[in-house]
Write a protein that binds this ligand. Structure first.
Ligand SMILES: [Zn+2]
Ligand SMILES: [Zn+2]
Ligand SMILES: [Zn+2]
Length: 257
């Protein structure tokens, strides 16, 4: 299985517009973070998780022209507002795309992007998505996906385990219950929320994330949804073995772990 980190930045992206802090003004390209998204590839199957506002650049960078499905973690703007850029995928595939999410997530997307869930259109003026409500583990071709619930401030998000614990994705969470930890335990690769050093009501900070990692014990943990509190080089040097900061464009083959 191959996981590509398409974006690892918090909702504002890094640099944040107008911010003059050291990280936002840094020359280190590793401190430039698009809004969070990953691509999961398994055999011939390619699944995109979320449609960030940076989706166009992300699809271009990863040279993606077809997808077997889009999986949504939740409906927040930084995870959904790039939805229109799926038009290019519809165009190249000449087909509608399956969009997976909980009933609540799909409802929130359909309220705001009703036009994207219509019947396929000849010229792909708008995306064409088929809502696929998640009710439990599901499959996209040979890719097995196991969803689980995560606490995200006053709301909930969906985390996902891919394959037989080959990889997992936990963005936008400030708390994980025991069921979630059990579902994740022993996963090879875990891409996991870590906003910064300071505590935040709807995201994990470094202390919380490292605590989760100790319980889940992945072979490799990659931090994501990172804000400008994190300078890549500084954070890299602080992290324990087996934990790395996210990096846009990072590709991990789980067979190598
Ligand atoms: Zn800044
Ligand atoms: Zn969110
Ligand atoms: Zn977010």
């Amino acid at each position: 299985m191959k996981i590509t980190v398409l974006g690892c930045g918090t909702s504002s992206g890094v640099p944040m517009v107008g911010c003059r802090c050291e990280v936002c003004r840094s020359d280190d390209p590793r401190n430039r973070r698009r809004r969070v998204s990953i691509l999961v590839q398994h055999g011939d199957i390619a699944a995109l998780v979320d449609t960030s506002p940076d989706l166009r650049e992300q699809l271009l960078s990863a040279e993606i022209s077809r997808l077997d499905g889009v999986i949504y973690t939740h409906g927040h703007a930084d995870h959904s507002h790039g939805i229109d850029d799926l038009r290019a995928i519809n165009y190249h595939m000449n087909a509608a795309l399956d969009a997976y999410g909980t009933t609540d997530t799909l409802r929130s997307l359909q309220e705001r992007f009703a036009y994207a869930f219509g019947e396929p259109r000849t010229w792909w003026h708008s995306p064409a998505l088929r809502a696929k409500p998640i009710t439990g583990p599901f499959e996209i071709g040979a890719l097995k996906v196991t969803p689980f619930e995560q606490i995200h401030g006053r709301g909930v998000t969906t985390g996902f385990v891919f394959g037989q614990r080959e990889a997992a994705y936990s963005t936008d969470a400030n708390a994980l219950n025991d069921d979630a930890i059990e579902t994740l335990r022993g996963v090879k690769l875990w891409v996991v929320d870590c906003l910064g050093y300071q505590s935040y009501p709807s995201h994990a900070n470094l202390e919380i994330t490292l605590g989760w990692i100790e319980r889940v014990r992945p072979r490799l943990a990659v931090l994501t949804h990172m804000s400008h509190q994190f300078d890549y080089a500084t954070l890299s040097a602080e992290l324990p073995k087996g934990v790395v900061p996210g990096l846009d464009g990072l590709v991990i083959e789980t067979e190598a772990l």
